[in-house]
Design a protein around this ligand. Structure first.
Ligand code: ADP
Length: 426
């Protein structure tokens, strides 16, 4: 069956966030890790496919090429509308990549008009008079102004996007959005006759996004953060339903692999240890000294897997991480830990783990790659923005996996997630 909505996301965790929103609005969603290799079967029973790229901060030409490859795949899968998804803080520079990718997709789709809105009110991202707010402050006053790769110093998205594209950029402001889908459509038609190629759209509430969703039904391309996803599925008659999030029943052993060093994850590790559960600490200095830490972690895990979840973690408080980074260099320390944890995840799966929690964005990328996963079916949400997923291992065996980036999840995430999976599939 052909898919309805085809999505191109410029990073991995953003892709999951979008997929999760679509599932909650009633679509069955598969997330592909980069473009599926030629010959990969199209997923059965998916209403939307989200292709996760790593194109946010690559050179613009590379981002364009990857996005066009993704577009081709989605069109061959039958996608009726394309959704280019970027960060809700509009992460980009004057060189792109939001503008160049948008233009390339417009050209390839033969369309002269699209919309752009990073608004995601549930996460505190709102757009008013074309200006992006993060919580209560303008984008340019938020932490994003110091971002190492994409410092955002201008909150006026009409000007930010305007600097990235040759097409004129316009604005659909809140008075129009509040007036409803028809008013938005009329304003889009007006901007189009003025030669505007892309319009920033104000949205300060989920109701705004729902009205906007209805208004953009006929556009071949929409560009947005993950917020707009709440307003699109209804265009094909989808309604929120637990059936959209149904996964095959879980089996096998349970394990957690954590390479995140964020505050929330530190709390989750502490909570797991307080519960007296089995946990193995991965020490980057031992890896650097040449010890086979992955083998030691797997030997430890093997003795405990029969009795419930086992945790393997490199998570440490900021001072300890800084100390290690000072001795090994931050990049080297990160790489050693990622490689070790990816081997641990592989070994755990070989030892029968079929329910795996991974903490850390970079760590998740390394684990997904090591396990050879190419696609994830998105299941029920455990905590805001973090769903369980089902994947097929290269041999075809099913694996339930959840990929939690840094600061997500409540304190008991490492145990509650397994209970949640059991309940959701009961
Ligand atoms: P988060 O989502 O919390 O940012 P990531 O996995 O994206 O987590 O990033 C954490 C980075 O820190 C990874 O590169 C990881 O390998 C590295 N790391 C993890 N534990 C340690 C440690 N104890 N010392 C130094 N670096 C570490």
């Amino acid at each position: 069956m052909a898919i309805r909505l085809g999505c191109i996301a410029d990073d991995f965790t953003g892709a999951t966030d979008l997929a999760n929103n679509l599932v909650r609005a009633g679509m069955r969603v598969v997330q592909l890790i980069d473009v599926a290799p030629a010959g990969t079967a199209q997923p059965d029973d998916a209403d939307a496919v989200v292709i996760a790229l790593k194109s946010r901060t690559t050179p613009a030409a590379d981002a364009v090429a990857a996005s066009l490859r993704a577009l081709e795949w989605l069109r061959s899968a039958g996608a009726e509308q394309i959704y280019f998804k970027y960060c809700s803080t509009f992460d980009s520079t004057r060189a792109g990549n939001i503008g160049p990718v948008t233009e390339a997709l417009m050209d390839a789709l033969g369309t002269d008009f699209t919309i752009a809105t990073p608004a995601f009110p549930d996460n505190g991202r709102t757009v008013f008079k074309g200006h992006l707010f993060v919580g209560d402050v303008l984008l340019s006053e938020s932490g994003m102004r110091h971002h190492p790769l994409t410092p955002m110093t201008d909150p006026d998205l009409v000007s930010v996007l305007g600097a990235q594209t040759a097409r004129p950029v316009g604005l659909i402001d809140h008075t129009v959005v509040a007036a409803g889908a028809r008013a938005i459509r009329e304003r889009m038609a007006e901007l189009r006759t003025q030669g505007v190629g892309a319009a920033i759209v104000d949205a300060v509430s989920n109701d705004d996004l729902v009205r906007l969703g209805a208004a953009v039904k006929e556009l071949p391309l929409v560009t947005a953060g993950s917020g707009l996803a709440i307003g699109l599925p209804a265009n094909w008659g989808f309604e929120p339903s637990p059936a959209a999030a149904r996964l095959p029943p879980p089996g096998g052993h349970q394990a957690v692999v954590s390479g995140s060093v964020s505050t929330a994850t530190n709390g989750q590790v502490q909570e797991f240890l307080r519960g007296g559960r089995p946990a193995f600490s991965v020490d980057p200095l031992r890896i650097a000294a040449g010890d086979d830490v992955a083998a030691a972690a797997l030997a430890f895990a093997a003795g405990h897997l029969d009795h419930g979840p086992v945790l393997v973690y490199s998570t440490e408080a900021p001072d300890a991480v800084k100390d290690v980074q000072g001795r090994l260099g931050a990049a080297k320390a990160g790489e050693l830990v990622e490689r070790t944890l990816a081997r641990v995840a592989q070994g755990l799966v070989e030892r029968g783990v079929r329910q795996l929690v991974v903490a850390g964005g970079e760590t998740s990328g390394a684990v997904v790659q090591a396990l050879g996963l190419t696609g994830l079916r998105i299941g029920p949400q455990i905590d805001p923005g973090v769903p369980w997923c089902a994947a097929a291992l290269p041999g075809g065996d099913p694996l339930h996996i959840t990929l939690k980036s840094g600061n997500f999840g409540g304190p008991d995430f490492f145990t509650a997630s397994f209970a949640h999976l059991g309940q959701a599939s009961a």
